[in-house]
Write a protein that binds this ligand. Structure first.
Ligand code: ATP
Ligand code: MG
Length: 328
């Protein structure tokens, strides 16, 4: 087992899982890891740490992030990966990749007359996968696709194709996504993610424990909070690291711990805006609402009505005080 030294607080098990998958990939057993959890829980921080470890062990790391606001071309995360691959290659190496992949990488980068949409799904998936496999024969490869909850469906299908066809390659595929958003009814990626998860090692991040919240607060502001304050911040944030950092900064600036930092308010409102209107009718609520604004899975939610009403009241346009929900 690897000894883990990491700037992350309280993620030893998750880091060990990623390091083990990385070791397997370096030894020629490729794999797919999905890192899930709510906004701000530390998915990107975790895969960034894994990417640093992968580079240290001689792997080439290529990444792509999905884009929320529309306007991104199809296969946007993969376009970024292929761009990164080309940047990492000499001209001769790139020619070899292009040749093996039937020119698909160049088409994906818009350097051939046909658009990616004209190529046909199978040829495109096969071409990109072949390009990665060709590169992985020179050195181990780690591909990180961040924020898959915003991906176009074709990008997720390509990820599944690549995962199926690279079990015996030195290639580790890592995807992150907000499971609580993808699992909302009607989300276009819901069925695709379920099918992807079947062939993945999934690392689900949940809130930090109380001692870890204290450590993160101390690190964020450079002084130790007392136990009562840590307990209160832990209760209010659910241990979500982003919220803990925000709460610690408020505390440092002299704000009351009950206050809601603007970043937290935005995050809660963004999450609530994704829920169907019918989810927040006062004391009756959609069963996924608490799951969407706390760290708990929907099946485990069994809160007293009063507490749930406070959660519901965080929705814009309602008249109670916004609550300490753990979402961003
Ligand atoms: N275990 C941890 N220890 C210390 N800081 C952490 C930890 N996890 C996350 N953070 C910090 O919390 C903040 C939010 O983390 P991050 O951006 O990784 O969340 P995320 O899950 O990727 O969110 P999103 O879904 O919005 O992309 C960052 O500032 C990050 O550095
Ligand atoms: Mg992130």
């Amino acid at each position: 087992m690897t000894t883990v030294t990491s700037p992350l607080i309280g993620r030893e098990h998750a880091i060990e899982t990623l390091h083990a998958e990385l070791s397997r990939a370096i030894d020629g057993h490729g794999g797919l890891v999905l890192v899930t959890g709510e906004a701000g829980i530390g998915k990107t921080a975790l895969v960034t740490e894994a990417a640093v470890a992968a580079r240290r062990r001689g792997a080439l790391v290529l990444s792509g992030s999905c884009w929320q606001s529309g306007g991104a071309p199809g296969y946007w995360p993969w376009v970024q990966v292929v761009r990164g691959l080309r940047r990492s290659c000499t001209a001769g190496e790139w020619a070899e990749v292009e040749d093996a992949a039937g020119g698909v990488p160049a088409a994906l980068l818009g350097e051939r007359p046909e658009e990616p949409g004209e190529i046909g799904d199978f040829v495109l998936y096969d071409g990109v996968t072949t390009a990665l496999v060709t590169a992985a024969q020179r050195r181990p490869l780690m591909i990180v696709l961040d924020d898959l909850h915003w991906a176009d469906p074709a990008s997720v299908r390509l990820l599944e194709f690549a995962a199926r066809h690279t079990w015996f390659e030195r290639l580790l595929l890592v995807g992150t996504y907000r499971d609580v958003e993808v699992e909302l009814p009607g989300h276009p990626l819901r069925p695709l993610m379920s099918s992807l998860a079947i062939r993945a090692t999934t690392v689900t991040l949940t809130g930090l424990g109380r001692a870890e919240v204290g450590a993160l607060m101390a690190r964020t502001v450079g002084r130790r909070p007392d136990d009562a304050l840590v307990a209160e911040v832990h209760r209010r944030t659910g241990g979500n690291p982003f919220f803990v950092e925000q709460a610690a900064r408020l505390w440092q600036s002299g704000g009351p711990v009950e206050a809601i930092a603007p970043g937290v308010r935005d995050a809660v409102q963004q999450r609530l805006s994704l829920l169907p209107e019918a989810a927040v009718p006062g004391r009756r609520f959609h069963r996924r609402l608490p799951a969407a604004v706390t760290a708990e899975p929907a099946s485990g939610v069994d809160r007293p009505a009063g507490e749930v009403t406070v959660l519901a009241a965080a929705r814009p346009g309602t008249n109670a005080t916004p609550c300490p929900a753990s979402s961003r």
